[in-house]
Design a protein around this ligand. Structure first.
Ligand SMILES: CC(=O)N[C@@H](Cc1ccc2ccccc2c1)C(=O)O
Ligand SMILES: [Mg+2]
Length: 368
C-alpha cells in the first residue's frame, strides 16, 4: 500500500440529549475524522478527543494540529505503509494517544479493506454479537434519572452505568436499586471526581451490589486507588489511568484495580487495546469496552474489539440512537440487548456521503 493522501475532517453531531458527567455537560459532539487514501483503497479513523481537555489532556484542535504538523508527515516518510508500523513511526512524538489512535485506525481500515479482512477477525474476535451496556449522565433529579434508566432497560440494555460525583452518588444508586431491583447489572463512573478523603462515602456504595466503581480518583493516583481498594469492597475499575499495556500491568500489580475499561482512543489504538486485553487476561482481570460517544465508525471498531474473549463484561458500546438521531454510518441498532459485530472488510462500515456532508464543518488535505 502506498499513501497518496490524508484528509482531516471536522464534523459536529448534536446529541439527542445533554450528557452530563463530573467534568462537564456535552450537547454537541465535535469530532475529528481521519481519511487515509492509498493507491489501492482508503480507510477511516475517528479521534475520540473532546472539544476541550476535560476528560484527558487531549482536545480536537490539538489533535488536528499534531496530526497535520507531525504525525501524518512521519507516516508519509515510511518506506512501507502498514498498521503495525504506525505506532513505532509515531513513538518519537510524545503523548497525543487519541490523535495517534485515529491515524492507526485509518491505516488499519485501509489495509484490511485491501485484504478483504474484517477488523474483528484481525483482532481475534470470538463472538458475532456483543451484549451492550449504557452510560447514564448526572441528572437534575432522581425522578428524571429513574425515567431515563427505565427507558434504557425497556430498550434492552443489559447493564446500567451511572455517572456519579460528590453529592450525587449513594442516593441515585439506592433509588435505582429500589425501583429496578437487585438483578439489574449496575455500576458507577466518577471520572476522577473523588479523593481518598471520600473513602467512606464511596464505601457507602458497597451495600448495593455494584459490578464496579470506575475511576473514582485522579488519573495519576494509582496508589490512591490501591489504598481505596482496602476500604471499599466493590471492585475498582480504571479508565483514565490505563493509557497503555504497561500502565495496565502496573495498576494490576499494585492492586489499584480488579477490572479495566479499555478505550482504544485513550491507549493509542486498537493494536495497543488488544495488548491490554492480553495483559489483563494473563492476570485474570476482566475487561470491557468503554465509549467516547463515537460515531458509527468508532462504534464499529469498538464492537469488534468487544468481541474478544476477555471482554466478559458489557461495555458502553451503546446503539447509535443513544447519542445521535442520525449517525454518519448505517446505524447500530440494539437487538435483544446486543449489537452485531461488523463482518465486512476493515471496519465493515463507511460514512454515508449525504449524512457525512450534512455534519461536516471543515476538511483539509494534509500535504504529503
Ligand atoms: C460513555 C462514557 O461515559 N464515556 C466516558 C466519559 C465521557 C463523557 C462525555 C464525553 C463527551 C464527549 C466525548 C467523550 C466523552 C466521554 C467514560 O467512560 O468515562
Ligand atoms: Mg469512564
Amino acid at each position: 500500500m502506498k499513501l497518496t493522501g490524508v484528509e482531516l475532517r471536522r464534523i459536529r453531531m448534536p446529541l439527542v440529549a445533554p450528557f452530563r458527567t463530573s467534568f462537564g455537560t456535552e450537547t454537541t459532539r465535535d469530532v475529528l475524522l481521519v481519511r487515509v487514501v492509498t493507491d489501492e483503497t482508503e480507510g477511516w479513523g475517528e479521534c475520540v478527543a473532546m472539544a476541550a481537555p476535560l476528560y484527558s489532556s487531549e482536545y480536537v484542535w490539538a489533535a488536528a494540529d499534531v496530526l497535520g504538523r507531525f504525525l501524518v508527515p512521519a507516516l508519509a516518510a515510511l518506506p512501507r505503509l502498514d498498521a503495525a508500523a504506525v505506532a513505532p513511526a509515531l513513538a518519537p512524538f510524545r503523548g497525543h494517544r487519541m490523535a495517534k489512535a485515529a491515524l492507526e485506525m485509518a491505516v488499519l481500515d485501509a489495509e484490511l479493506r485491501e485484504q478483504g479482512r474484517p477488523l474483528a477477525r484481525e483482532l481475534g474476535a470470538v463472538r458475532d454479537s456483543v451484549p451492550c451496556g449504557v452510560s447514564v449522565g448526572i441528572m437534575d433529579s432522581v425522578g428524571e434519572l429513574l425515567d431515563t434508566v427505565g427507558g434504557f432497560l425497556e430498550a434492552g440494555y443489559v447493564r446500567i452505568k451511572l455517572k456519579i460525583q460528590p453529592g450525587w452518588d449513594v442516593e441515585p444508586v439506592r433509588a435505582v436499586r429500589e425501583r429496578f431491583g437487585d438483578d439489574v447489572l449496575l455500576q458507577v463512573d466518577a471520572n476522577t471526581a473523588y479523593t481518598l478523603a471520600d473513602a467512606r462515602t464511596l464505601a457507602g456504595l458497597d451495600p448495593f451490589g455494584l459490578l464496579l466503581i470506575e475511576q473514582p480518583l485522579d488519573e495519576d493516583d494509582v496508589l490512591g486507588h490501591a489504598e481505596l481498594a482496602k476500604v471499599v469492597t466493590t471492585p475498582i475499575c480504571l479508565d483514565e489511568s490505563i493509557v497503555s499495556a504497561r500502565a495496565a500491568a502496573d495498576a494490576i500489580r499494585l492492586g489499584a484495580c480488579r477490572i479495566v475499561n479499555i478505550k482504544p482512543g485513550r491507549v493509542g489504538g486498537y493494536l495497543e487495546a488488544r495488548r491490554i486485553h492480553d495483559v489483563c487476561a494473563a492476570h485474570g482481570v476482566p475487561v470491557w469496552c468503554g465509549g467516547m460517544l463515537e460515531t458509527g465508525l468508532g462504534r464499529a471498531a469498538n464492537v469488534a474489539l468487544a468481541a474478544l474473549p476477555g471482554f466478559v463484561l458489557p461495555g458502553d458500546t451503546s446503539a447509535s440512537d443513544r447519542y445521535y438521531r442520525t449517525d454518519i454510518t448505517a446505524p447500530f441498532v440494539l437487538a435483544e440487548g446486543h449489537l452485531p459485530v461488523p463482518a465486512g472488510p476493515g471496519l465493515g462500515v463507511e460514512p454515508l456521503a449525504d449524512e457525512l456532508e450534512a455534519v461536516t464543518v471543515g476538511s483539509e488535505w494534509v500535504p504529503l
